[in-house]
Write a protein that binds this ligand. Structure first.
Ligand code: NAP
Length: 250
């Protein structure tokens, strides 16, 4: 098992990519705190399933990643229940679409608050603890759209590009403390987030991909396992790895 005994905190961990990572981490022996905002039932079902199947400890905790007090409570809860935080995965996020000139300022602000300020707050409260432990693995879920942009997605692409920039900068600061910071930037993945997109657009997008299909969460989660594992991920920091069906080739 690649993560036996490791303690991980995953935001947005009860659905989609975060849930896939929670399942993969539990299968590799990690104990978890799964954060959710609305999906309390899914979080409770997931906790029970993972504890039963893998014999690991799984705690669930509601928190809004844009709320500083709730983030601090989430981090303290995790340290109290699991003893420490070895791995932080920032997967919580939203996606909305607006032509640039029609984008309400409030939509921009909300996007940046959840997708960029959220990971910043999570790291802000987790990092001193990781520095004290002289170990940490921070994994931010970005997006391939940060690298190529997307029509009607300026706010989303900007928030994710911000995450990549923050990741690189922080990685340069904290390597000396035994902490790595990386991004996973998936291409289109079949989750609730993109379920509302126009089927015709999806078909067109699929045909543009080198691997002409959208991915599944279980095809993204192994990247987050890899980055968290030792020695596999030891030398990766400031990197953005892309399970993206060949949408972006860097
Ligand atoms: P998803 O199933 O909709 O997951 C989004 C998660 O974020 C949900 O669990 C949601 O929690 C949580 N969340 C939203 N706002 C929150 C807040 N303020 N505080 C705490 N949690 C909050 O979609 P997904 O596709 O798995 O997305 C996960 C991450 O992958 C996102 O960062 C997304 O941008 C990124 N991504 C997705 C794709 C894709 O094609 N699906 C591609 C590239 C990157 P509740 O459900 O409890 O409200």
């Amino acid at each position: 098992m690649k993560l036996k005994g490791q303690k991980a905190l995953i935001t947005g961990g009860s659905t989609g990519i975060g849930k896939g990572i929670a399942e993969a981490y539990a299968a590799e022996g990690a104990n978890l705190v799964i954060n959710y905002l609305n999906n309390d039932k899914e979080a409770a079902v997931l906790k029970e399933a993972l504890e039963k199947e893998h014999g690991v400890t799984v705690e669930i905790k509601e928190a809004d990643v844009t709320d500083e007090t709730q983030v601090e409570e989430l981090v303290n809860f995790t340290i109290e229940r699991l003893g420490r935080i070895d791995i932080l995965v920032n997967s919580a996020g939203i996606l909305t679409q607006y032509p640039f000139t029609e984008m309400p300022i409030s939509a921009w602000d909300k996007m940046v608050a959840i997708n960029l300020r959220g990971p910043f707050l999570m790291i802000h409260y987790t990092l001193p603890h990781m520095i004290e432990n002289k170990f940490g693995r921070i994994i931010n879920i970005a997006s391939q759209l940060a690298q190529i942009g997307g029509k009607e997605l300026a706010h989303y692409a900007a928030s994710k590009a911000g995450v990549i920039g923050m990741t690189k900068s922080l990685a340069r600061e904290v390597g000396v403390h035994g902490i790595t910071v990386n991004c996973v930037a998936p291409g289109p993945i079949e989750t609730e987030m993109i379920s509302h997109l126009d089927p015709e657009w999806k078909k067109m997008k699929e045909s543009e991909l080198a691997i002409p299909r959208f991915g599944k969460v279980e095809e993204v989660a192994p990247s987050a396992v890899f980055l968290a594992s030792q020695p596999d991920g030891n030398l990766f920091t400031g990197q953005t790895i892309g399970p993206n069906s060949g949408d972006v080739m860097l």
